[in-house]
Design a protein around this ligand. Structure first.
Ligand SMILES: [Zn+2]
Ligand SMILES: [Zn+2]
Length: 371
């Protein structure tokens, strides 16, 4: 079938992207879903830093690529054997959350309860293919790569069933989309990797989509939260969302405030240093941001030893999407996790290049593309 989607042909174009137009919205061909695959009509897709990281060349991916990995949609067709197969039942008409790390459920990574990513899924993501191998996307007969098994900046996507989690119809598409990346990652950094003790304060460094999701999840779990960011508007937003205090990194250092769990969600080395320095004796620094591969941080090994502190790297919030998404849905349904608060604007797909500028400038939390 023919679909419309936003394809990146070349990385590293100059800013502003609204001028250099790295992404082209055009018609593509999408193959029918193969065995174990689904055709999903995309309802909503979030613009995430991991999309920008491909555009600005800090993550190397095969080109051309149809970007977008945080999304929700409705199943419109099932490939052979995609409805059950020992997993939760899926049917045409179901709303699904796309998740950017497929879980095969059978490899050594999948046996770690979320600590390590799926080996099969990671290999497919690096290759730009689906878990079952190959590409279902093409443009003028030339193959187009999938972004993290999802490629959701499009009217439709074919995905492996291990890339989705079904949600009940009362979960609206905008909320469902945010669950697949921002909430899974930020929430998991707190709950799966940080494990704060009952009522303990959590500090969140970096208040973009993942950081705000970490903040909301920590508050939902009953923890006082301190927000840290260098942009004053983001500090105001953190307070409005229930943070007990909010600081710039400099103010945090001067204040001497520390916590037993500190989540770094900014994806840069200075933020990581800030997070390590704000971790209390015996505490844990969880780093969940994705800095450039060449970024290096400076920390005191003696500080770690003398204060018996731990640093934990958490990829995708150490998540098992099929286990974790229902937990976030329950918190949202109980009115304790206002996922909607992550959405800073709603746009159409033709605004995708300027949306990348908004994100790069740190102005946006989550810009949601609605189809
Ligand atoms: Zn993302
Ligand atoms: Zn696996």
């Amino acid at each position: 079938m023919n679909i419309t989607g936003a394809v990146l042909d070349q990385v590293g174009r100059a800013r502003p992207f609204a001028g250099s137009l790295p992404l082209t919205v055009s018609e593509l061909e999408l193959d029918a879903p193969g065995p174990g695959e689904l055709l999903v009509q995309i309802e909503a897709a979030g613009v995430c830093h991991s999309d920008l990281s491909v555009v600005d060349a800090s993550r190397v991916r095969p080109m051309p690529m149809l970007l977008g990995h945080e999304a929700a949609g409705i199943i419109v067709a099932l490939g052979a054997g995609s409805g059950g197969g020992g997993r939760a039942k899926l049917a045409v008409g179901d709303r699904v959350v796309m998740t950017f790390l497929p879980r095969c459920g059978a490899c050594a990574g999948c046996a770690t309860g979320g600590r390590l990513p799926c080996e099969v899924g990671s290999a497919a993501n690096i290759a730009g293919t689906l878990v079952g191998g190959g590409r279902r996307l093409s443009r003028n007969g030339e193959p187009v790569n999938h972004h993290l098994g999802v490629s959701a900046f499009a009217t439709h996507a074919v995905v492996n069933r291990t890339s989705v989690v079904r949600v009940d119809p009362d979960v609206p598409a905008d909320v469902a989309a945010m669950l697949g990346c921002a909430v899974l990652t930020g929430g998991g950094a707190v709950l799966n990797a940080g494990h704060p003790g009952l009522g303990e304060t959590v500090i969140v460094v970096g208040l973009g989509g993942v950081g705000i999701a970490a903040l909301l999840t920590a508050i939902a779990a009953g923890h006082p939260v301190v927000g840290v960011d260098s942009i004053p508007e983001k500090l105001e937003r953190a307070i409005a969302l229930g943070a007990s205090e909010a600081f710039t990194p400099e103010e945090l250092a001067e204040s001497g405030v520390s916590a037993s769990v500190v989540v770094e969600a900014a994806g840069n080395a200075r933020a990581f240093e800030t997070a390590v320095n704000a971790t209390a004796p015996g505490g844990t620094t969880v780093t969940v941001g994705l800095p450039s591969p060449t970024a290096m941080a400076s920390i005191s090994p003696l500080g770690l030893v003398a204060q018996a502190r731990t640093i934990v790297g958490s990829y995708l919030g150490s998540a098992v999407p099929s286990r974790d998404i229902p937990r976030y849905v329950e918190l949202w349904r109980a009115g304790r996790l206002p996922v909607e608060a992550l959405i800073s604007s709603r746009i159409t797909i033709d605004r995708i290049n300027s949306a990348m500028d908004e994100l790069a400038d740190g102005r946006a939390i989550r810009q949601l593309i609605e189809f």
